[in-house]
Design a protein around this ligand. Sequence first.
Ligand code: GTP
Ligand code: SPV
Ligand code: MN
Length: 599
Amino acid sequence: MSDNQPTTSHAALLKWVGKMTEMCRPDAVRWCDGSAAEADKLFAEMVKSGMAIKLNSAKRPNCYLFRSDPRDVARVEKRTFICSVSKDDAGPTNNWEEPRAMRHKLTDMFTGCMVGRTMYVIPFSMGPVGSPLAHIGVQVTDSPYVVVNMRIMARVGQAVLDVLGTDGFFVPCVHSVGQPLAPGQKDSRWPCNPDNTYIVHFPEERSIVSYGSGYGGNALLGKKCLALRIASCMARDHGWLAEHMLILGVENPEGEKTYVAAAFPSACGKTNFAMIIPPKEMKGWKVTTVGDDIGWIKPGADGRLYGINPENGFFGVAPGTSAETNPNALASCAKDTIFTNVALTDDGDVWWEGLTPQPPAHLIDWTGQDWTPGCGRVSSHPNSRFTAPIANCPCLDSAVNDLNGVPIKAFVFGGRRMSDVPLVYQAFTWSHGVYLGATMGSEQTAAAEGSIGTLRRDPMAMLPFCGYHMADYFRHWLKVGKHLEEAPRIFHVNWFRKDSSGKYMWPGFGQNMRVLRWIVERANGRAFAKESPLGWLPRYQDIDWRGLNYTKEKWDELMSFDRARTAHQTLAHEELFISLFDHLPKEMIFERELLLSRL
Ligand code: GTP
Ligand code: SPV
Ligand code: MN
């Protein structure tokens, strides 16, 4: 492939791309226009090289399957760095290295790292192009897989360069799979360099460098790296919030719309909740989707918070997605979708655990091996994903492209908690709500490498994504709330409580609409709640039970908490607080004391 000409006269951008070209030494440089024709060409090349499989067009039009290297299947938090000038600014929850030393190391690694490959230049906007809430990045990468994914996940192309003009601000994002090719050397199916992976952020400089991984949040740099880690620093400096949150709209039978933003840790149900379908007996209630993973939320001139989804697609967890659990997600990946690490059926379609109750008799699994139902392995990696255009979503909110965002009335925090934590409760105040978010815990999932199932503190679902000191982040939340005319109400949920026999006590999924209705009505000052040491609780009679047979006895068990056990659990919060103590806002200590006294 030969070079094409850039269609920008942005001097700093041209100079930076020139520098990257000199350092990485690719065989060619391609400026991406984000067009379908460009994607088609790249897909055709990847099918030819064996990296991609085109799925059956009758079943999955314009869809492709990729199988990654089994060593490159999720975000690697151990290899993710926040290289602020001062170590103290990164805080104890982030990996840190001295930025100059890190730069030297990266320059060595990147020198010649694209030999034998093409370097793609991807100008992208996080948020609707031209929105005052949007930000622009430019990613250079040697992975065509990244190009076709970025085209779905962000807004890519000439319109972005036009907004950038001749001197607009952009976040430079450098990415390489870290596997240069010697002349004549055959490429691997999924080039990567798992022994030498680095995902590095320079928060003061607002720049990102990623090496060695081609997967998800490690490689699609607009997502976690820009829209959360770098954006959280921008947000701290400019009085807004960059959050690991879905945004949804709830319409009541009277046609009144209320927007809710919810933070759950990775693989804990954001996509499901964002696209929830109310039980049909809850006539007239409707939910629409603004976003399923990230929210950028800013105070408006009227003292309310307004949110946008900086993304333009879904990078959703495949396993567990079905016509039962999330028909809207399934519809979203019916066409124009990239599947990674799911199984291939004999008729050229995809399958994953949970898609249908009965697995097909034969599959090719995510590692490329034959698979049959009794073989003792899963067919799809637990963190296998679909990359689907947001425009495919049947319940897309009409304001999804509004340049000024949607007004947020409620925040919801939730984790995966097998025991002790009730289904839902409401914080008494903003600072109590910040405390609930700050002390959130969740059992680990496959979205990141680590020991699955162990409980870890994941403040506001941002543990792997906050680009600065976690305690300063709590302080920032407190500060944002102080200046609002109308602060959203804050709630805590747990869909994952289990009984003594290990069964989920709450049916979840669509049934979560009953909880969402109560949340929305509380946020609008309507529904009743009873005071408890934890916060405001709905009583049995405060929930809409139409169409579900759920007894008061079960409800009481689901909502119960043991005062002594809950008090003891604040000791686990202490561990996090102690590590953050020299930055910790005093409100966190006072809220803990208040909680203990109420208990
Ligand atoms: P990231 O994209 O990794 O940030 O995660 P996410 O929060 O969007 O995750 P997603 O919605 O894909 O979560 C998927 C997992 O949560 C699957 O294992 C689902 O079965 C499970 N899940 C989602 N909603 C519910 C629920 O209401 N109840 C139960 N028990 N499980 C749920
Ligand atoms: C997450 O892990 O929270 C994700 C997937 O949304 S990834 O983009 O790979 O980080
Ligand atoms: Mn996420």
